[in-house]
Design a protein around this ligand. Sequence first.
Ligand code: ADP
Ligand code: MG
Ligand code: ZN
Length: 472
Amino acid sequence: MFETVIGLEVHCQLNTKTKIFCSCSTSFGDKANTHVCPVCLALPGALPVLNKAAVLKAISFGTAVNATINQNSVFDRKNYFYPDLPKAYQISQFTIPIVEHGELFINVNGVEKRIGITRAHLEEDAGKNNHEDSRSLVDLNRAGTPLLEIVSEPDMRSSDEAVAYLKKLHSILRFLNISDANMQEGSFRCDVNVSIRPKGDEKLYTRVEVKNINSFKFIQKAIEYEVERQVSAWEDGKYDKEVFQETRLFDASNGTTRSMRGKEDSAEYRYFPDPDLLPVFITDEMMKDATQIPELPDQKRARYISELGIKENDADVLISTYESAKYFEDLINDNHEPKLCVTWLNVELLARLKNGATIETSPVDSSKMNQLLTRIEDKTISQKAAKDVLDYLMERDDSVDSVIEKLGLKQISDDGSILAVIDDVLNKNPDKVAEYKSGKDKLFGFFVGQVMKEGKGAFNPAKVNELLKKKI
Ligand code: ADP
Ligand code: MG
Ligand code: ZN
């Protein structure tokens, strides 16, 4: 019997406006080489200056994961050559990272587990090589973008735990608003380290690193494939030959991993402190500011349950993304009843999001939903009619009130029109009225039904009940 051991390295792009050592913009998707300057082009003599915003964001992260924040840390040069790295070294942190000894908690199948975070350090991103048919083009817009590299302890024992860790990490970054953590755009990139060992064995066996996998699903697949490969090598007596420290690539087209290169040792990078940068010193003042962090998903979940009376499952859905928690709180801040908000967000809106639409891209944003809930609560429309309004708004841009008008959904609450119908219904059914009066209470429902039917669903049911009771 074998046990899987997984440790994860995540490179997360911090969402600062400018790069980490120069004032070029970090904006994504622009024309190649338009956000460059002597520093990020590595022109001789240009000197880096540290972006304070990147440091503050790293401190917030450290705070969120209960880590030690090293108020003194150092930038080192990691030397290697690659066309997207014009300096031939990356500025990173090696000996003293800004953040160390953190933790986060995951929950898989109802079991809570602590995952250690070894360290998180600041570094600069490289540029990008774009390969065309017969040539490769280098785009340095990304060179110098601030990254926080977050390294976990080898604490995960299954692909489910690895994915739970990544999702938790992802949501912490989003709730802290320190990264877009957009996997498609590469602002949340993950390297997976996988090894196996006989169950009960405490020692760590050879790890294989699978690089840059850009979706949770692929990460799961890459781990599962890698475990299978290592286990069969062991069982076939070929473990020593086939499993060695190396970097592998995940091939999404067939769900396998293949060898990319032998794993380099840190000694090969010839790390040394960057003489162009002073050691980083974080003042107590900066610590005070940056350790004030927004409410995190776990805290929100607890508060929704205890203060707002939300069910656990519903709370889980609400905090599953930053956007849905934000949407929900927009509704709560507009003073709508919490349970009504949950129904209209978790049930009605989510069911209507189709074709990859998310809460973020939903045609009905929280301010429109606010209008809709207001009209339900002030009884202008019934909940049933509100569903028609929502259907309409998912397809066309319009205001809630104008849709209510267009679809003729306004509930009628004025006594006069309802009373007229009540009289009519009672006159048409003299025998039923007599039966009711002689004690057949159940007939009340029949009268309500008739009146509502005549009102074509536009009558406010509470009002109908009230008036009918008086009248009969
Ligand atoms: P490198 O940059 O050389 O990959 P790091 O220290 O940055 O080294 O990352 C090492 C990662 O590998 C960590 O996440 C660690 O938990 C994980 N790891 C170390 N040993 C093992 C192992 N035997 N099996 C699985 N993961 C491991
Ligand atoms: Mg690594
Ligand atoms: Zn620059």
